[in-house]
Design a protein. Sequence first.
Length: 270
Amino acid sequence: MKEILQAPYIIELVRTLTNMYQHGWDERNGGNVSVLLDEAELKEYLDLTNVIRTIHTGFAAPELEGNYFLVTGTGKYFKNVQYDPANNLGIVRLTEKGTRAELLWGFTDGGRFTSEFPAHMMSHVARRRVDPASRVVMHCHPANLLAMTYVHELDEVKFTRTLWQMCTECIVVFPDGVNVLPWMLCGTNEIGEATAKKMETARLVVWAQHGIYGAGRDLDETFGLIETAEKAAEIYMKIAHLPILNTISDAAMHQLEQHFGVKARDGYLQ
């Protein structure tokens, strides 16, 4: 059997988490990521009959029963993952309609998955109903998007349009826009359910005064979604207090739609 630390999905997640920390998105133990894995890609590296222990999830997700997830641990610092992946990450299999998770690898100090695990799993369910190829859910605290929620209306149309107007690529990268939740208590099923509902119509969900959730088909796509929205928010925070003399018009965004073969969310452009 091959060495698990050489598995492509472990290497890629470690690199992504390190990059997220270096971007300043994941201070201390802030942020979490989960990746849906195929059984076939696991068998080469793990004995799937060897269950280390079982963890109660505190929620139900019948659609995910039998599925495998690589997930970050609760209380873990992203800056440390590259030095000790087995302690900071875990691979689990959901059983009993998602109410239990069988730990197959990782969390070597006796830890468990992130406290946002319910929100991740609910978001996986919601996104896979829209796009069966969706495999990644990523949560982090990008400073400019976070700052933007203090000074910008939280209306989703207005929030999305502002981001689209900041960078030419935005409407191309996230034509489905950005959904927004008001401040809610994190680590609860309630915020998980609210996030999953928002995930039905967009791959990016901003948690006001907290951070952002992103979903995608792989780690690159999901990281890129957040990276692009954060860049737009950075530009907004630099110019919001200044007279705006120029912007990207709706007519220009329609040109971008046609040129790049994307469709802006209905009702968001005139």
